[in-house]
Design a binder for this molecule. Structure first.
Ligand SMILES: [Zn+2]
Length: 347
């Protein structure tokens, strides 16, 4: 996820293939970032919807890079920006298709994009029909999955729920974390372990909304934001996904970084160990936190006939329990802090 300020631009790479979902706002340096990352050819370029924070640099991208296929949601817009993009589609003679649910685009040897939305007829009468008809794409790579929501809103989520959308590992949060998207029911169904939000620092839309962040937290999702971390990178090995944060230069010097491990809470008073949590029934988190690979090894040794999916869901539960334990620790520490400060007003 490229840091483009208030907008979206997501580069996906596999086996030497590249795809781009959206091209940021007009003032973003999308082409420069792509060149820095060594991109020359883009097999697939998607405009999720024709708003300026998604197609700002699209005409330039189509002109500067060798593009295999350009896809959009088929909606026109009255802006000069949109006219320029369609002009670029014409002059570059790029292959162009309107995305419709059910289409799929093989990506490299092991990955595939599938269009989940819009269907053959678009939805109308919503708060923003352009947002609500965003192209929603799923990317599957082995057992790892990603969902790209564009700026889809609640009506889109209802349609996807009706179509029984499956769970996903990594969610590109809809609409920069707006509260009009990421409904509780939708997130409960997706149950993503990580969520990526693209938004500008101190943006005037106040993205992401607190309520969207709370709903993500409620389903135990780890949230990463470009306004806090700059570029975000998710690396899939076909079994799990690792998320890296930081600028391009920092990321390029990184080879492998494990999952952001919950930090074990150091018991500063060993004579008074924390009470075990009776209410959650969570697995023991007293021992050192296992690395993902060790967890998988141990689980397969214990249950050699278990499927990868089963072990992955155990891993998720394990991590969730760790996060919960941390949260409880923090809460307890905070309560202790508050108790010792006399006359401190409640926040
Ligand atoms: Zn947007």
């Amino acid at each position: 996820m490229l840091d483009v300020g208030q907008g979206d631009a997501i580069l996906i790479r596999a086996d030497g293939h590249s795809a781009l979902i959206d091209a940021g706002p007009r003032d973003a340096n999308v082409e420069e970032q792509l060149r820095t990352l060594g991109v020359e050819h883009l097999d697939l370029v998607v405009s999720t919807h024709p708003h300026a924070d998604h197609i700002g640099r699209m005409a330039q991208v189509l002109q500067d890079f060798d593009v295999g296929l350009y896809v959009d949601n088929g909606m026109s817009h009255t802006t000069k920006n949109y006219a320029n993009v369609m002009e670029a589609v014409k002059t570059t003679e790029v292959d162009y298709q309107v995305a419709v649910k059910g289409m799929s685009f093989p990506f490299g040897d092991e990955a595939v994009f599938t269009v989940l939305f819009p269907g053959s007829s678009q939805i109308s009468g919503t708060r923003s029909d352009i947002n609500s008809n965003s192209v929603v794409l799923r990317l599957d790579h082995g057992a790892s999955s990603f969902l790209f929501m564009g700026d889809a809103e609640a009506p889109t989520e209802v349609a996807l729920l009706k179509a029984n959308i499956p769970a996903v590992d990594v969610l590109k949060v809809a609409h920069h974390g707006s509260g009009h998207s990421s409904t509780g029911a939708f997130l409960a169904k997706l149950h993503p372990h990580s969520a990526l939000i693209s938004c500008g620092e101190g943006n005037r839309y106040h993205h992401p909304y607190d309520e969207a962040l709370e709903r993500l937290q409620h389903v135990g999702t780890l949230v990463y934001r470009t306004d806090r971390s700059g570029n975000l990178r998710a690396i899939s090995d076909g079994v799990g996904v690792e998320i890296l944060e930081g600028t391009i230069a920092e990321l390029d010097s990184v080879v492998v970084v494990p999952w952001p491990e919950p930090v074990a809470v150091v018991d500063t008073d060993p004579e008074e160990p924390p009470e075990p949590d009776e209410t959650t029934g969570s697995p023991s988190v007293d021992g050192p936190k296992l690395k993902r690979r060790d967890f998988f090894d141990a689980a397969f040794e214990r249950r050699p006939h278990a499927s990868k999916a089963e072990i992955r869901s155990e891993w998720r539960a394990y991590k969730k329990a760790w996060r919960l334990a941390q949260k409880l620790e923090r809460k307890a520490a905070k309560a202790l802090d508050n108790a010792t400060v006399e006359g401190e007003p409640e926040p």
